[in-house]
Design a protein around this ligand. Structure first.
Ligand SMILES: Nc1ncnc2c1ncn2[C@@H]1O[C@H](COP(=O)(O)OP(=O)(O)OP(=O)(O)O)[C@@H](O)[C@H]1O
Length: 262
C-alpha cells in the first residue's frame, strides 16, 4: 500500500497536490514549482538479517513528498521510521525499489556522490544528535558550511542568527557537554539548518524539549519552509509535532498509510 497512492507515484503526486486545505494551514501560496515532487519512492523494500533470514522492515513503500511540504511519519517504536529517513537521506540503500530526489535516482549513486548529495542538499537531526564534543556550539554549526566550502562572513552571521532563533544566544562558545539535553537538541536543530538544506530529515527533533521550546523549533521549521522553500520529513511519536505538519503518514507492519489531518 502507498502513502499517497496504492499503485503509482505520478498519480500520487497529483493526489497530494490537490490537497488545498493543507497548503492553507501553512500560509503558503503553493505555486506550481513548490507543488512539484521533491522525493519519490517506488516499491522501496528494506530488511535486516535476523536468525539466518531477513526481517523485512519496509515492505514495498510508494511515497511522494512535494517541494516545501512538511510530512510527519508516525508509527510504533521499531516500525521503521528512522530506517525510512536513512534511506531518503542516502545513509543506506534499499534492497529493492527506487528513491528519486528532484529527478535523480539516489540508489544509483556511489558512496562519494551520496556523501556530496547529503552535504549539499540535506540537513539531519539524528536522535543521538551527533554533535562533535571537541567543538564549541558555534563551531558545530560552522562545520556543515566548512564541509561545503562555503564558510564565509554571511555563513557566520546566519549561524549566529539561527542560534538566536532557537534561544541559544550567548552560548556560542560553550562545549556541548556543558549544555542541557534540550540545549544540545537545539544546537543539532540549528546545525541541520545552517547551510540552507533543500530537505530537513528530523528524527524526534523535539524529544528533549519542553512544550514552549518545541513550538519554537516547529515554528522555525515552518518559517524556513516559507523563507527558503525547505521541505521537511519528521519522524515522531509526538502528536504536537504531527499536528504541525502539512501531512501525516503512519508506518505499521512495513507499510505506509496516510493519516487524516488533525
Ligand atoms: N542497521 C540495522 N541492523 C539491523 N537491524 C536494524 C538496523 N537498523 C534498524 N534495524 C531494525 O529495524 C527496525 C526498525 O528500526 P527503526 O529504528 O527504523 O524504527 P523506528 O520506527 O525509528 O523506532 P523508534 O520509534 O523506536 O525510534 C528495528 O527492529 C531495528 O532493530
Amino acid at each position: 500500500m502507498s502513502a499517497t497512492s496504492p499503485t503509482d507515484g505520478t498519480a500520487a503526486g497529483r493526489h497530494s497536490a490537490d490537497r488545498q486545505p493543507l497548503r492553507s494551514r501553512t500560509g503558503r501560496d503553493g505555486g506550481e514549482a513548490e507543488d512539484s515532487p521533491l522525493i519519490r519512492l517506488l516499491g522501496v523494500r528494506k530488511g535486516y538479517p535476523e536468525g539466518g533470514g531477513v526481517r523485512v522492515v519496509l515492505d514495498g513503500l510508494d511515497l511522494v513528498i512535494r517541494r516545501g511540504e512538511s510530512l510527519a511519519v508516525v508509527g510504533p517504536s521499531g516500525s521503521g521510521k528512522s530506517t525510512l529517513l536513512n534511506l531518503i537521506g542516502a545513509m543506506e540503500g534499499p534492497d529493492a525499489g527506487t528513491i528519486g530526489f528532484g529527478g535523480e535516482d539516489l540508489t544509483t549513486l556511489d558512496e562519494t556522490a551520496r556523501t556530496l548529495f547529503r552535504r549539499r542538499h540535506l540537513g539531519f537531526i539524528f536522535q543521538q544528535l551527533n554533535l562533535v564534543p571537541t567543538l564549541t556550539v558555534l563551531e558545530n554549526l560552522l562545520l556543515p558550511l566548512e564541509l561545503n566550502g562555503v564558510l564565509n562572513r554571511e555563513g557566520r552571521r546566519y549561524a549566529r542568527e539561527l542560534l538566536e532563533r532557537v534561544g541559544l544566544q550567548g552560548r556560542e562558545d560553550t562545549f556541548p557537554e556543558l549544555l542541557s539535553g534540550g540545549e544540545r537538541q537545539r544546537v543539532a536543530v540549528a546545525r541541520a539548518l545552517v547551510h540552507g538544506p533543500d530537505l530537513l530529515l528530523a528524527d524526534e527533533p523535539t524529544g528533549s524539549l519542553d512544550g514552549a521550546t518545541a513550538q519554537t523549533v516547529l515554528g522555525l521549521f515552518n518559517e524556513l519552509r516559507r523563507e527558503r522553500g525547505m521541505t521537511a520529513l519528521i519522524a515522531t511519536h509526538s502528536t504536537d509535532v504531527a499536528a504541525a505538519a502539512d501531512r501525516v503518514v503512519a508506518l505499521q507492519g512495513g507499510r505506509l498509510q496516510e493519516v487524516a489531518a488533525a
